[in-house]
Design a protein around this ligand. Structure first.
Ligand code: I3S
Length: 128
């Protein structure tokens, strides 16, 4: 529908279930630990909560705290090279604090949406 409103360039909120692991923390390599995580983008912050039985978990419902949070400002995201993982549809997210995450979904549309949203979010906050 050409009359429908265009999606904003940088949504301030997006969430979904992703498969995630850290590979580097503050510049140090850490052991991979792939987990299903409920990801929430709020402004330039990306929060992860441990996924429980699908995409229904939410902060405040039993498990109140996000597992971890990354600040996207000054970071970068792109497709991970093949040597980073044998999984398909893997993104590599690097933060300014030298933490690196791999983010994966079996669903191509889902992962493409996240790549676009994360890149746009990083661009939108580039001068902060
Ligand atoms: O980069 P790696 O070491 O091949 O990553 C694999 C390991 O983390 C493995 O766990 P163990 O360290 O317990 O073997 C995971 O089960 C695999 O999923 C990791 O490889 P992929 O290709 O899935 O990222």
């Amino acid at each position: 529908d050409p009359s429908s409103p265009k999606a904003p360039d940088s949504p301030s909120e997006k969430c979904g279930l992703l498969t995630v692991t850290k590979i580097t923390e503050h510049g140090k390599k850490v052991r991979k630990n792939w987990t299903s995580s409920w990801a929430v983008l709020r402004g330039s912050m990306l929060l992860f909560a441990k996924g429980q039985g699908g995409g229904t978990s939410w902060f405040g419902s039993g498990q109140s705290k996000p597992e971890f949070t990354v600040d996207l400002r000054g970071g970068s995201v792109d497709w991970a090279s093949k040597d980073k993982s044998s999984k398909k549809n893997v993104l590599e997210l690097k933060t300014r604090q030298a933490t690196e995450l791999l983010i994966q979904s079996d669903n191509e549309t889902v992962i493409n949406d996240w790549l676009q949203t994360l890149q746009e979010t990083i661009s939108a906050h580039a001068w902060e």
